[in-house]
Design a protein around this ligand. Structure first.
Ligand SMILES: [Mg+2]
Length: 159
């Protein structure tokens, strides 16, 4: 059985944090100065102070927010490596509550030669967990909840 590999999109392929800093008119360096520590996954306390305030400018920007996310420096190498191990690879990404994230994420993928049919957008990643499946995700909490220890892999964020 061929291994299925799932790649998370935000902070694995796309620099979501950079985009969030941009729409909140701040920078990574500024937020670190305010006290954000490496490994601190949540951005809401530093950008907006609540979930609603955090997501407001992202939803306002709509699909342009997602389209404007820079690729992380290793995107080409990571996809090549995944392709080397399996032709059964997919980008597995959660949408925001705004429907524009679906279109934005698909369009973002097309900028980096990721076919639309390789992108699975769902909040229910756990439905894809099965023997032989591997999830590469930056959020340890997500992968712990979704995939067992033997079928997951977490990558560090860029800092
Ligand atoms: Mg992520």
């Amino acid at each position: 059985m061929e291994r299925v590999i799932y790649l998370d999109m935000d902070q694995v392929l796309a620099d979501f944090e950079h985009g969030a800093y941009r729409v909140h008119n701040t920078t990574h360096e500024e937020v670190v100065k305010q006290g954000r520590k490496p490994g601190d996954w949540s951005l809401e306390p530093w950008l907006g102070g609540s979930q609603n305030k955090f997501w407001e400018p992202i939803h306002k920007a709509g699909k342009k927010f997602w389209l404007g996310l820079p690729p992380l420096p290793w995107i080409r190498q990571l996809i090549s490596l995944v392709r080397y191990y399996s032709m059964e690879w997919y980008v597995l990404t959660s949408p925001s509550i705004c429907h524009t994230s679906y279109v934005g994420k698909l369009m973002w993928g097309s900028l980096y030669d990721i076919p639309t049919d390789k992108i699975i957008i769902t909040k229910h990643k756990h439905l894809l967990a099965k023997p032989g499946a591997l999830l590469i995700d930056d959020r340890k909490k997500s992968v712990d909840r979704v995939f067992s220890r033997r079928r997951r892999h977490t990558v560090s964020s860029i800092w």
